[in-house]
Write a new protein. Structure first.
Length: 332
């Protein structure tokens, strides 16, 4: 019933895990204790909720885990600046929530009785990858992403937490073997060990989660990345066949650094107001574009950088001044 309705709603993966303390949760507690979550204090503040699904839904007994493939085409602008693949199109928080709600409501109509559910998508304090792995949707790779044989790691997750006592699914075997391509490809050596990411060294953290000024060393490290980083996924053998395919669902090419820097509020709302890119906010993405322009020596942004350097937003003006100093420095 839930399986059928989830497939009808467009989800590619379905599995059920017990609503209990997530598997290997002690590793997550150790990760927080070591400060590997960088400036994401909300992860520490929601630690208790993440280990107790019944705090999300009283009486929770089962977690229905769902996966949805996202476009696998590279998101590269005309000037070479790069966006994370998952951010193409409408914000997945809304689209996946609507699909999961549709599946749950359709199931409620088919299954009479007084049962409750809660739909979760990413921002809810739930250890979704751990539960998805426990439910047999795939295994957690050395880059920390959930992988399966059909979609690699190019997939998004949603959950239906319910007080129904559903049969649980079995986990699948880990299939990374001795491969370390994802670890080796990370430009900032952000992986402390396989499966353990130091967020403070991750380009996705600096370009999406971090607020305010970016330290100069990390500005240089951004290179062409303006929103997220897919490098540890791009090199994964499980993703290689997907990346090689033309993706008809991919959105139009993202804007260049100069176009990002020139965006006013109206242009931002039209382009990114309903996109996952909105997580970085307009000034945050402009900060990233400015830092990337300096890291890449993008002289076409000089005029936009001069204007940005005068804006009273510390993160953006700092990045713009830094980029201008890089452009003014003698080459070689």
């Amino acid at each position: 019933m839930l399986r059928e309705e989830s497939a009808r709603a467009g989800f590619a993966g379905f599995g059920v895990a017990r609503a209990a303390v997530p598997p290997r949760f002690e590793r997550y507690r150790d990760w927080i204790a070591a400060g590997r979550h960088a400036g994401m204090r909300y992860l520490e503040e929601t630690l208790r909720a993440r280990q107790a699904p019944d705090q999300l839904l009283p009486g929770a007994r089962s977690i229905v885990c769902l996966s949805f493939p996202h476009p696998s085409s590279a998101r590269v602008a005309a000037d070479g600046s790069r966006f994370a693949r998952y951010a193409a199109g409408a914000d997945y928080h809304g689209t996946l929530r609507a699909r999961a709600l549709a599946a749950a409501e359709a199931s409620r109509r088919r299954l009479p009785g007084d049962w409750a559910y809660r739909v979760c998508v990413d921002s809810t304090p739930l250890s979704e990858r751990a539960f998805a792995a426990a439910a047999g949707l795939g295994w957690i790779g050395k880059n920390g992403c959930l992988l399966d044989e059909r979609h690699g790691s190019y997939q998004l997750l949603a959950e239906i937490v319910t007080d129904l006592d559903l049969p649980v699914d079995e986990p699948v075997a880990e299939q990374c073997g001795a491969c370390t391509r994802c670890l080796d490809a990370c430009p900032t050596q952000a992986f402390v060990e396989p499966g353990v990411l130091d967020a403070g060294r991750c380009l996705a953290y600096w370009t999406i989660e971090h607020r305010g000024e970016i330290p100069d060393a990390w500005k240089r490290a951004l290179g062409e990345h303006v929103f997220g980083c897919d490098l540890c996924q791009e090199v994964c053998p499980w993703n290689a066949p997907l990346s090689a395919l033309a993706d008809g669902a991919a959105a139009a090419a993202p804007p260049t650094r100069a176009e990002i820097l020139a965006m006013g509020k109206g242009a931002w709302r039209r382009r990114f107001g309903t996109s996952a890119v909105n997580r970085a906010a307009r000034r945050g993405l402009q900060r990233n574009a400015a830092a990337s322009a300096g890291a890449c020596g993008d002289a076409a942004c000089r005029g936009a950088l001069e204007a940005a350097a005068r804006i009273a937003e510390p993160g953006l003006s700092d990045a713009a001044r830094w980029a201008l100093s890089r452009l003014a420095a003698p080459s070689g």
